[in-house]
Design a protein around this ligand. Structure first.
Ligand code: HEM
Length: 228
């Protein structure tokens, strides 16, 4: 932003840069962190997904703790599928509120007068069997083309839709792919307490409250298993 120029070649003012930075911090930090928390929660009950995530991370990260470059990060397809499947079941922004009908609009059999504020609930369509087969099942592979049944991506709008679509969505997905791969590449992640202790806490964003996990370095965890 500091080096960017507008169409007339002028730099952006401090106010504009400050506003954009605040927007990125407010809209981009908690959302991504909570989405990762939900992914860990879902993975605690899906050992087969953890194995696949780890196989992909082992293959692409090799002996490195982190992805070496953006090309490697872009290949983390299963990690991306975990991110999408998590956000389908546990949307961090379950209500998209920044919407208003610019003109009188008819949606199905509903008339929405001009100027009406619209609150969009993200989860009902994403968990409807008409759009996604076995909608309550956590199945990341459905995002990799393995769909026995319905798979309507237009019903999956964790980042909103239309002209105000989240501008940070690519960054958020990249962060989630990288972090999930690094976490499960380097650690065994084990739930402490039951899944029933985890609650959805809605305060504009939806965070997992009561999620507790124990991390063990994977090398020492493997050594423990060998010794046992
Ligand atoms: C998992 C992470 C994230 C989720 C679930 C998310 C979700 C959303 C949603 C639903 C909206 C409203 C879209 C609409 O009205 O149609 C939004 C807007 C926005 N997001 Fe994100 N977001 C995430 C990460 C980020 C990141 C990483 C950034 C920036 C670094 C960011 C920046 C913004 C901004 C600036 C807006 C307002 C856009 C506008 O008003 O035109 N978000 N986000």
């Amino acid at each position: 932003m500091l080096s960017a120029r507008d169409d007339e070649g002028r730099p952006f003012s401090d106010d504009v840069i400050f506003g954009n930075l605040m927007g990125m911090l407010l809209a981009g930090e908690d959302t991504t962190a909570y989405a990762l928390g939900w992914a860990v929660h879902q993975l605690c009950d899906s050992p087969e997904s953890v194995m696949e995530l780890r196989r992909e991370a082992d293959e692409l990260l090799g002996t490195s703790d982190v992805a070496a470059d953006i090309e490697t990060a872009n290949k983390l397809a299963f990690a991306g599928a975990v991110a999408n499947e998590t956000m389908r079941l546990r949307p961090v922004t379950p209500v998209v509120v920044i919407l208003e009908a610019k003109v009188e609009t008819v949606v199905g059999d509903l008339l929405v007068p001009e100027g009406t504020r619209v609150f969009v609930l993200v989860r009902p369509a994403a968990c409807d069997p008409y759009h996604f087969a076995e909608p309550q099942a956590f199945r990341p592979r459905r995002w990799l083309g393995e769909n026995a049944g319905a798979h309507d991506v237009s019903a999956h709008i964790p980042f909103g839709s239309g002209p105000r679509l989240c501008p940070g969505r690519s960054l958020a997905l990249l962060e989630m792919k990288l972090l999930l791969s690094m976490l499960y590449r380097n650690f065994n992640v084990e739930r402490v307490g039951g899944a029933e202790g985890v609650r959805e806490n809605f305060a504009f964003t939806m965070s997992p409250v009561g999620l507790k996990v124990r991390l063990r370095r994977r090398s020492s965890a493997l050594a423990d298993t060998t010794t046992a």
